[in-house]
Design a protein around this ligand. Sequence first.
Ligand code: IVH
Length: 698
Amino acid sequence: MRSARRTSPSLANSLTASKAHSENTETAARRLAKLRRSLHYHAHRYYVLDDPTIADGEYDRLFQELLDLEARFPELVSPDSPSHRVGGAVLDGFQPVRHQRPMLSLENVFTSGELADFIGRLRRYLKWEEELACMVEPKLDGLAVELVYAQGILVSGSTRGDGLVGEDITAQLKTVRGIPLQLHPWQEPPPENLQVRGEVFLSKSGFATLNRQRGEAGKPLFANPRNAAAGSLRQLDPAITAQRPLAFYVYGLGNPEVLGLASQEELLQRLAAYGFPVNPLTALCHSEQEVESRYHHLHELRPTLDYDMDGVVVKVNIIALQERLGATARAPRWAVAWKFPASQATTRIEGVEFQVGRTGVITPVARLSPVVIDGVLVRRATLHNQDEIQRKDIRLHDTVLVQRAGDVIPEVVKVISEARSGQEVQLVFPELCPACGQPLARKVGEAAVRCINTACGGQLIQRLIHFAGKSGMDFEGLGKKQVELLVEKGLVADFADFFTLDAASLAQLDGWGERSAAKVLAAINRRTEVSLARLLMALGIRHVGEVTAEALAAHYLSLDALRSTSQEQLLDVAGIGVEVAASVHNFFHHPATAILLERLQAAGLRIMGAQPQAAGQGEEQGLAGRVFLFTGSLATLSRNEAKQLAQAAGARVATSLSRQVTDLVVGARPGSKKAEAERLGLSILTEEAFMQLLQRDG
Ligand code: IVH
């Protein structure tokens, strides 16, 4: 602007105006900075400390002044402005966000015996003779989220998703009052990057109010606080999220090393100092005994709390020990969820259905007299399999105890035999597939009864539902009902058919119309280019879940490489054992698979190149390339634990001696393998040497 020589009168005017504006801008910027500081401070006192020092009216006045100023100077709206608390622009959809570190899950224990086993295992592994101090934290039943702070400012917020990739809900999370938009000042400058993790939840009272309002407005009610919290966060319009009384408790970091602290206790203290709400019921326990009494204490408190708590999380307090213990692909080894006993109710079995799954397994499902458990209406419960029906002696019309735990399908725990009238009818497991009528089979040593007809229509529908669903291609708008309709109308008979659907036939379907047809087609089109991992998941190969699909994709990088690999080579992929390798190999060598893949490619499906797996991320790769064989009895580990530790460090584990084995780990009474290994010139390790190796390279 300054260099403009030929200034016209009108431009000169606007320059003067712009100079005045820039002076105003400076004043406004100063005032805004002050308002932001003050509003942050008072919001923290109110929402986190529960100890406000100004009247609500005064707070509202300051807030309004901030909103007015930002409306006049939109360029001054900073990413940490409290105005984000009321919600920003409406989004068109949620963008995927890859977590910088995987958001792991937790292993569960249910009894004090299982907890004792867990702690015993840790102590043996760590060779820790004293008591092991643990943090005991309430396990809230909400939604795990990650908040990324860059130089102290909240820049990204996401859901856990599949643990590797979540959804971007930054705008929604900014409306959650307990979440600081900027870290409170600390003695040292804020870390460059801080990955804060915690739980967003809705209080029971907030849930009741919300449902009352919805009832009055004639809207459908939420089944429980967790669903309501999830529904509130997944609002494309953040202004709606802002109206929901969501709360937040922090419980950890994705990258704890950046703070250089020694313990989980100090970490939570620091997070509190940064302005995060920490659950006040969190306590450091110095012995196993203390952990146990804390668990019982919180269990007693549970009904008096205004939020749902489904157990406690027990975490090794010392971070250096956490690091030594590391993590499996699924969960850290230094923490465990000790769940409260599941909620149960009694009801009657009205009928039993036998459902065919996508791999042909027949699952008996009880139809129940509807019963409310934890605020959720339960109409069905799984009976698992034939053996379970026999073991529990479940009969038609029995009164049964049903339990619901977290997200899993409700199950029948036992029969209330005192309630029998004699009218109950023995259940007969079908001999023919309820979907295709072909004979069912059961392998020796397996609990599952299966339909082995590869052309079974019942299995096909389930495979198609899985392919289109969230853990498959995730075609938005194509749920179970819609896929069933497409199959019934003959529009889809295999995976490739989804990609050649046309708008006209879809629009004619009952209750569809042109708009839904266009939406679904757009959703399918978005997926004509997929990652190898997603495709592997979607294909529904037995034993291939998220983690295995990611591992295969990262190892092989292309579908062709994976198709031409041998069963032996598959065992080289970290985390893949004999059973999975066989399943993957069989799948790719089945003649139908070749046809299927060809049809998918002909229909336009393209597979994006995968990224090689970065060493040292998630799973430690220190022992990659080595193949361990264990022999004799180990003193501090079970075989299975030893195997898991080796695999987690990137090594493979063999079950018999072959030329591929690089190291033999010998316990007591090793047998003949040791001599043979010596003859082959293999490296022979004691159990202690193996443990040292893990600690050094694992
Ligand atoms: S720690 C690396 N601490 O439980 C450790 N999780 O299966 C991973 N959860 O959905 C989590 N309260 O959101 C941790 N105090 C707590 C927790 C907690 C609730 C949830 C978490 C996740 C699930 C883990």
